[in-house]
Design a protein around this ligand. Sequence first.
Ligand SMILES: [Zn+2]
Length: 407
Amino acid sequence: MITLGIGLFILFVLLFGPTPRFQNGRIGKLYRFLTSTFFIKLRNLLVRIFGSGMNSIFNMLGKVFHGERNPLVLIIYLWIIYYETTEWYQGAYKPFEELGVMTNSNLRTVSVMLIVLAVVIICGIFVSPGEITNSNIRHYLKLYPHDKIIYFEEDCPTCNLRKPARSKHCRMLNKCIPKYDHYCGWLMNTIGERNHRIFVLFLVSNLTICLYVCYTMYCIFKFKVDKSKMFKQVFRDSKGNILEVGFFFMISFLRKVVPRIFKQFFVLLFIVFLLLTFLFNNLFLICKNMTTNEATKFKQLKEYLLLQQKSQNTLSIVAHQPENTELTHINNGLNNGNNNNKQNETETDLENAKLNSKINPYAKHHDQISQLDPKNLKNTYNKGIFLNIKQFLFPPSIHPNREFQDI
Ligand SMILES: [Zn+2]
């Protein structure tokens, strides 16, 4: 049970660590440790022990796991599906079919759901996210003008094309993808304008099948509890005290009577929680006509602007401090501790601003964005919930509208 808990926690960290919600907190730190720091330290240690030959092995592994489109995550995902299905069939369906709790219709429903899921997975892998080409670029430039907030007029150095707003050069597919959302390892494909619908369908199909399997397990639990007639009996512990038959009593009873199904039920509940989080996050962004990539961009921009604002305030405080007169020395003497703290804070702010200026992608657009209010950044692509959902369901390059003609 502890191993399972640790496994699920690590899965949670790997999935949610890089998201804007967690990337700056402890989960983000742990994610960076697990995916980067740990391997750098391990590499240094192994190079010290076995020599520089280890470097090339690590470079190769780095390419496979991090830099290239590969089926590793997809294989893990398919294995999870296979494992969970056989576990359900052998552990839940088979033994309880004989007792009449499970029927043929349960098996049929799961089979149909699996077939639908397989079709969605195949579409998810093979349907293209779209591509910016010479023939469609003017349509995309017209459809998504540069907002001068998170998108500026730039060329893609790899494709040698002007980058329309909302697009991004995907290093996995080596193409500029319109309305780039993210790269999905589960489907081994990039999610963009043309296949975002399939990605949402993929989440929904997974969620439906998990919920249905949970429901069949709930039926088994109910059968076991009813059969035991536990609510009509009196239970005593080893000292003879009467035990209260409540929720926790029922949980420990089920854990003892049907351990295999009980364990699988909680694993599935955890997967349902992950899927629901992904799905709601996606739907929330779709309603705002914002991609996952853009949500990260807005966050980076806000961070940049807030730090710049803070450093400007700090600089103006420093500029307005009195000169080194005798009075200042006396004041410093009186408020020494206080001032030291303030000075440290000031230095940290300036250091943070400097650091942020170097690593934040918006630093190079400083002149164009410095007047923006970080608390009121406008998403200019938001056309209202109805049109946003329409654009998601009917991508303009597949269903051309007035703005996106002759494609
Ligand atoms: Zn490109």
